[in-house]
Design a protein around this ligand. Sequence first.
Ligand code: PEP
Length: 260
Amino acid sequence: MRKPLVVANWKMNLDLKSGPALARDVADGLRRLDSHANVDVAVCPPATMLTTIAQVLSGTGVAVGAQDAYFEPGGAFTGEVSAAMVRETGATYLIVGHSERRHTIGHLEDDRIINLKLRAAQHAGLLPILCVGETLGERQAGQTLDVLTFQLTAGLVGARLTGADDLVVAYEPVWAIGTGLNATAEQAQEAHRHLRNELTRLIGPLADAIRILYGGSLKPDNADSLLAQPDVDGGLVGGASLKAESFLGIIRAAIGTRAK
Ligand code: PEP
């Protein structure tokens, strides 16, 4: 049985006043939802807020994650933070391979770097959320499933894969992130089913325990149909996670889907 997981990616938004206020509103709202024990929730603020948000959310059941960390354990890497430093803040999740880090931000991370970050996360005691997804050009060229196979396989080289506490995967079609254009429920299910089959190829029946999240313009009004798909186990939410009401709307939809 896979318990749904809903993760907020605040990206480079909010500040030390609005961030903690939003975290409190999410925790309060979650407590008031029926059956809130049936969902896992995490928020991923900018690195500067990790310690503060972890303190605000301590004891609420809402976990904290970081949006990135460097793969080296320490040394002369100006501007970077290590996975162990992230863990020290109280965070327990780490997003790796987000499409903005693969395609938009300066270094244009490749699958080798992403794999090193994933392994560093596991080594530091963080649960990595490995993001994979095709660009619009790749989808139009019929390459979606091949891209997913490649990014998943490359991302997991040498990783520990013994169950749900080792890995979360997020399917995030690049063309759907921050665009207002979400994948259809059928497109999402096809991609998630493929990822689960590939996980089964890699780790056998344990693949059934791994949660695969959908991300890409997820909102309260499209969450019911997307999250109800048999291989969609929750969401990674950008824009709609910046308001408690819309993020809680997605959490409510996740609770409404049966545990899979
Ligand atoms: C994301 O940042 O992972 C994301 C899915 O963003 P959005 O929900 O805004 O598309």
